[in-house]
Design a protein around this ligand. Sequence first.
Ligand SMILES: *Cc1c(COP(=O)(O)O)cnc(C)c1O
Length: 292
Amino acid sequence: MPSTLQPIVNECTQRAKLHLLLKRDDLIHPEISGNKWRKLKYNLEQARTEGKSRLVTFGGAFSNHITATSAAGKYLGFETVGIIRGEPHHPLNSSLQFAQDCGMQFIYLDRTHYRDKDISSISSHPLLTENECIYWLPEGGANMLAVKGCEEIVSEIDTPFDFICAACGTGTTLAGMAAALSPKQKAIGFPVLKNGEFLFDDIRRLTNADCQLMTDYHFGGYAKTTPELIQFIHTFYQEQQVLLDYVYTGKMMYGIFDLIQRGWFPEGSVIIAVHTGGVQNANVFNLKSSEL
Ligand SMILES: *Cc1c(COP(=O)(O)O)cnc(C)c1O
């Protein structure tokens, strides 16, 4: 730390006379990568301070937050429990297999209860009854301690810049970055879910700071992709030797280049794009070996 800033130079940035820098949070840790590390940092400190020994959190079956929490537990000596949306699938997918190999135990919660985070149907599960040892982490790690961790993405940057960009799931990372900006700097989020406008309210609950959301780069919704997006990730890898994933960072980077081509950023702007990680996911490695 701090993670490196890698200049991204190509025909597009040169024609637009812009400086694009990629903040390589994907290189922070091979298993707890990117913004998941930022979001866990102060939460795990807090869990330790409170003397808690078991992290319990929520996620879908492909959640990067689940895999990151399981790895953090393994390295830092916490038990981990993942409350997973939907029915169990056997064999486990690669994300859940990884989490299990890290020692995480799973409790499955049907989609209706999961949506409301209503755990009444599983609250008597033996892993959930010893309240005194449990530290609860919300879905996606989205709380104020996560915001505090993400503020450090900005505070550790020692070069002047105008815009900072991130892909948004819960918007927690963007909220933290926005909270740490000076008045002339702008935080721009690229929601990866459809109808991403709903994130404004979620972000407002985490910070009063301003941010802008570019809601047209979801490619059909969460984890949806198109041949155009895959082609973009392919080209970016060949040009820059940086792997993006198609759930988060690929969509952000596609959006940034689209905005550059449309002349959205003033000439001379310095833009920082945050590589929030997510490339440890086996789906991306398949993409890398078979398509890149
Ligand atoms: C989880 C994740 C995000 C979304 O972060 P939020 O703080 O929930 O908006 C972005 N990029 C990657 C790679 C992620 O794993």
